[in-house]
Design a binder for this molecule. Sequence first.
Ligand code: NAP
Length: 300
Amino acid sequence: MSKTKIGFIGLGTMGIVMARRLMDAGYPLTVWNRTKASGEPLITEGATWADSPGEVAAISDVVFTIVSDAAASEAVICGPGGILEGAAPGLIVIDSASIAPEASRAHAERARSKDVYILDAPVSGGPKVAEKGALGIMVGGSKEAFDTCEPILKELGSMVLYAGDSGNGTTLKVIANLVMGVAIQASAEALVLAAKAGIDPQVVIDITSLPGTGPQTGAMATRGPRMISRSFFPPHFSANNMYKDLSGAMHLAEQLGVSLPTVSAARELLRAVIAQGKGKHDSSEVVTILEAMAATSVGK
Ligand SMILES: NC(=O)c1ccc[n+]([C@@H]2O[C@H](COP(=O)([O-])OP(=O)(O)OC[C@H]3O[C@@H](n4cnc5c(N)ncnc54)[C@H](OP(=O)(O)O)[C@@H]3O)[C@@H](O)[C@H]2O)c1
């Protein structure tokens, strides 16, 4: 039996790694990215280039999209030259961008009139996790489309969860990512306080990395060293993207009448990072705002 033909749109930090993994698993792959240069390495490795998202859709059975935000997802799915223009009935689109749940539902609704299924399938884990096929993937949309795509998703994720109706995947993602946003903020605060107290910030990383202890967090383990070595670019996960995700959490909280005081504070610091022109830097840049407030530095 021939393998499912996969299309891949959005070859940024995450997309390029996920697309490569699918190609390495033997799926015929057609790609498109707004900036063609980012697709060159994959083309060299054997992927086919298409000139628009619509062209990708026309020759694929399943199309992944992972672009920055809801506006970008709408552009590549519903816009001129977009997926819906080229799609044949029955196409399944897997949108792995972290976007607002209402945007996921709106895109799925527009696709339904063309008999195209959209699964919202955002991911947890960065590019290194994606390289190992160990992402967490939260999926909303048609159960039948999910069942069809589950084997493909399992090439990318060690946990692939069906979350229910359209928009439930992106809702779960907003909830999961607020933990990371707040934990990075807490890690930065701990390092700044240590620096001010005359304690080597590296020691804070060491003591909070002890497996099984309460303070151990992935945020400190992955972002703490970046804060000390000032490795803010290229980003692991940009301040712009974290601001978007925490804004998504605040929006959901407002709709439901829920207070999220620490999310709100973490978002303010990210706003300051962005105001300083560092939105494309890693979100661990929040440490520099706290350093300025405390007149100290955790850097080495
Ligand atoms: N990085 C992570 O660790 C991580 C982890 C989990 C989830 N995510 C989520 O995954 C998504 C992508 O993140 P990323 O880190 O891969 O971002 P990124 O490196 O900034 O890449 C963004 C991608 O979106 C494309 N794009 C942006 N605006 C577009 C538009 N208007 N039309 C067409 N394409 C557009 C970019 O194209 P160009 O190359 O032309 O700019 C690029 O391919 C985001 O929703 C993010 O929240 C990221």
